[in-house]
Design a protein around this ligand. Sequence first.
Ligand code: 13P
Length: 252
Amino acid sequence: MRKKIVAGNWKMNKNLEEGQALASEVKHMAEDELSGDVQLIMCTPFIHLSTLKGLLKGSAIGLGAQNCSEHESGAYTGETSVDMLKSVGVEYVILGHSERREYFNESNELLAKKLDTTLKSQLTPIFCCGEPLEIREKEEQNKYVQQQIEESLFHLSAEEVSKVVIAYEPIWAIGTGKTASAEQAQEMHAVIRKQLEGKYGKEVADSISILYGGSVKPANAKEIFAGEDVDGGLIGGASLKSRDFIDIAKSF
Ligand code: 13P
């Protein structure tokens, strides 16, 4: 059975006080309302991680970063290493979010290195892929996403790749209020799983959680999560509201 995951990506939102309030609300609501078969994860700004780890103590909610350096340590001003993340109790790290690809020039090749560094440190990467609108309009989205996966993931062994969580986030659906239809999401997730099966075999492909991201809200989560190959969501805007985030997790 694949893990069902609902992960929040706070992006660059919430100061520490606001972040603590949000995390604390989510923690209490999760305890009261969730059965425990969905893994909740909060991916917060780096600067909050240490404090939030303390706040989440004793809860099953996972804590994630939104990026990390491909280097292990050294003279890389402003960067954050996987060892630093581990040392404050972080378990997950988002890699290759489209905003990092677009604004910080992260390439498939760089992301392959970040995946190596992350897996070596035993953090769980949440690897993002997804096509821009012009590619979708040309109906070349499958090829585009397959190339992202091939160039960043396919150097990994079967054992390594089984530890990766994949998030499909069509760029045209991020923060736009425009979601992929449940059919479009399922279709791409199936394409990704088939590709993984071709390279690593069915057992490995079937074990990898593939999340959908892009304007997931309480109102559309149920329909999207119903897809056979959709194992949860990576949630931006709606993860900033405790009620919405929990309601999305309850949509399974
Ligand atoms: P929204 O849910 O705000 O569209 O963001 C999706 C996303 O980018 C999650 O990583």
